[in-house]
Design a protein around this ligand. Structure first.
Ligand code: SF4
Length: 320
């Protein structure tokens, strides 16, 4: 049995689990309710590009009640009972602006949408997923105001710390832009999260593990880590069909062997909200290698940390 004092995050778990912090922050189950507010994305509408990121398939993630034809209130009317069937203990919710780029509109429109969600009974705050090149200073001012009264996390899709990778997957921004926006957002007292995909084409195992040290320098509140999954109908699925050897599609045991050294180098102050993702097999270009739900993989991950007697940040070196 490990003493909770062993880790700076104050729990006996071997990594800084967002879920543990979140449960103690709210003191009860709080459930995210995904929304599709009908945004598009500058990497799809021609502003930056039309093809989007090569792996992008938002359809794969949208629950059935999410539809941009419905108002925010209507989606919450349907989304809350939808989640209630699965998570009966939840009485409080966060509105999760998830699909596409959820800050890609004028400030007045954005304020109206976020306010509509915040005014809904039982909504405690917002989670807003967006690109690091799509947030204005005025919007950060508004987020900073919301953060003083309500729960708010802004989640940036960063995906890789390597510009060659970002170019290859057609992200349309570089790592420096992302790092600057994370610092700016966190600097205004806004909880700032980031997504990273482990296994993007062109990155070696060493590259991926070393990226944990780069991410560790960011003032992030939390990260979501995902193994690479290739969705049918995407540009990446086409590339995979033509050149499968170029891709790192990990089996669960290969990914476990990668994500553990990764988190050993990750700043222990950064909470981990997710270490893998799941998707319906029918949506994947090659579903053979991954058949675990996120909770099943998490159990394997925690068991392996225990077996190896290791933990998040064990080899983290602060750059002074
Ligand atoms: S920025 Fe997001 S929504 Fe836009 S193309 Fe990339 S993954 Fe898709």
């Amino acid at each position: 049995m490990i003493s909770s004092e062993k880790y700076i995050w104050g729990s006996a778990r071997r990594y800084n689990a967002f879920s543990t912090w979140f449960a103690s922050y709210f003191g009860e189950r709080v459930q995210k309710v995904s929304l599709d507010a009908g945004f598009t994305c500058p990497n799809r509408d021609g502003t930056l590009g039309t093809g989007g990121c090569s792996y992008c398939s938002n359809e794969a993630f949208n629950p059935s009640y999410c539809s941009p034809e419905k108002s925010i209130t209507q989606q919450l009317d349907e989304g809350i009972p939808f989640h209630k069937r699965r998570y009966r203990r939840a009485n409080r919710y966060l509105a999760y602006f998830q699909a596409y780029t959820n800050t890609y509109a004028g400030l007045d429109k954005l304020r109206a949408m976020y306010s509509e969600a915040l005014a809904y009974p039982g909504i405690e705050g917002l989670v807003i997923g967006t690109r690091p090149d799509c947030v204005s200073d005025e919007l950060l001012d508004y987020f900073s105001e919301i953060s003083k009264e309500k729960f708010l996390i802004v989640e940036y899709g960063i995906e890789s710390v390597y510009n060659t990778t970002l170019k290859q997957i057609n992200r349309g921004h570089d790592y420096e832009t992302a790092a600057k926006m994370v610092s700016k957002t966190a600097g205004r007292g806004i909880r700032t999260g980031a997504h990273f995909i482990l296994g993007l084409p062109g990155e070696t195992r060493e590259d991926i593990i070393n990226s944990a040290s780069v991410i560790s320098e960011l003032p992030l509140h939390s990260v979501k880590l995902h193994q690479l999954q290739i969705f049918k109908g995407t540009a990446m699925a086409e590339e995979y069909k033509n050149n499968p050897g170029k891709f790192n599609l990990f089996s669960t045991s290969e990914y476990l062997d990668l994500v553990i050294p990764f988190i050993e180098r990750l700043n222990p102050l950064i909470m981990i909200e997710r270490i893998s993702s799941e998707a319906p097999p029918r949506t994947l270009a090659d579903p053979r290698l991954w058949d675990l739900r996120t909770d099943e993989f998490l159990r394997l991950f925690e068991k392996r940390l225990e077996e190896l007697d290791t933990w998040q940040g064990r080899f983290y070196k602060q750059n002074i």
